[in-house]
Write a protein that binds this ligand. Structure first.
Ligand SMILES: Cc1cc2nc3c(=O)[nH]c(=O)nc-3n(C[C@H](O)[C@H](O)[C@H](O)COP(=O)(O)OP(=O)(O)OC[C@H]3O[C@@H](n4cnc5c(N)ncnc54)[C@H](O)[C@@H]3O)c2cc1C
Length: 242
């Protein structure tokens, strides 16, 4: 199979999502169609020719010559702090993809969907919520979003007023907002049970976040009785608590 070509991408906008994360809107030369859940590879090249490649999930699909990604800056990281804090509108980078055919949601799917996000793992799941809206789908969605604190929530205003048929449960792991009934703490079986679908509804489950988070949630889903063949996972990187 021929290698996927690198395409030139230009930054059209950079919007802060939190104090340490930003959404980049890119124009991609000769871009193609994408499916919610897919990712792209981004290449940054320094003046001396040194380059670094990283994968980022698409935060939105549908517009062929546009790509939207949301990047969480990792302290000491080579690429992510640059994309969040330094890259400017008009800057060029290289991009290839979209990649991935398993961790995807297509509008033809009508079954219930359970999305479980840890931290920046919300990105491809938000693409699915947006694709559902764009397609006017009636598929019932539930999203369980595990995040350290309110200050780290991505897509805050969009998720505060979700679309009809999309239920959102936010679980705070480090600092719960004042008045929350649930104290801050890691996602538990009870959280997944309450915020998710009963296994009898046979939902397709999509779990995305740091490796440790994804493994824990996948184990919880299977222990609750979900069919492992309906649990799709995407790991963003090292263990963390989302
Ligand atoms: C399929 C896939 C999709 C991804 N989608 C997104 C996305 O939508 N948004 C996003 O922000 N990131 C996403 N990532 C993570 C991204 O590819 C990079 O790993 C991340 O941006 C860190 O790159 P860096 O160059 O800044 O850090 P590096 O210089 O590569 O690493 C610096 C240090 O941080 C640690 N580290 C690396 N990655 C992570 C991480 N994800 N969490 C915690 N510690 C880490 C490393 O072990 C190292 O110690 C995705 C990863 C994969 C595999």
């Amino acid at each position: 199979m021929a290698a996927m070509p690198w395409r030139r991408a230009v930054v059209l906008a950079r919007r802060p999502e939190t104090a340490t994360a930003a959404t980049l809107l890119l124009h991609v030369d000769g871009g193609g169609s994408s499916v919610a859940g897919q990712r792209v590879e981004v290449r940054l090249t320094a003046e001396d020719g040194y380059s670094a490649d990283r994968e980022y999930s698409l935060a939105r699909t549908g517009d062929a010559d546009r790509a939207e990604i949301t990047v969480q800056a990792i302290e000491g990281g080579e690429v992510s702090p640059f994309l969040v804090d330094e890259i400017e509108v008009g800057s060029e980078l290289a991009l290839r993809g979209p990649i991935g055919g398993w961790f995807v949601w297509r509008p033809e799917q009508t079954e219930p969907v359970l999305l479980v996000a840890g931290g920046s793992g919300i990105v491809p799941l938000m693409a699915m919520v947006r694709a559902r809206r764009a397609a006017d789908s009636r598929a019932p969605f539930r999203l369980v979003y595990s995040v350290r604190s309110r200050a780290e929530l991505f897509y805050r205003s969009e998720l505060r007023a979700p679309d009809p048929g999309v239920d959102v449960t936010t679980v705070y792991t480090r600092e719960a907002p004042e008045g929350s009934r649930r104290p801050a703490g890691r996602l538990t079986v009870a959280d997944v049970n309450t915020g998710g679908w009963p296994p009898d509804f046979a939902p397709t489950c999509y779990v995305c976040g740091p490796t440790g988070f994804v493994e824990t949630v996948a184990d919880i889903l299977v222990a609750l009785g979900h069919d492992p063949r309906r649990v799709r996972t995407e790991r963003f990187g090292p263990t963390g608590d989302g």
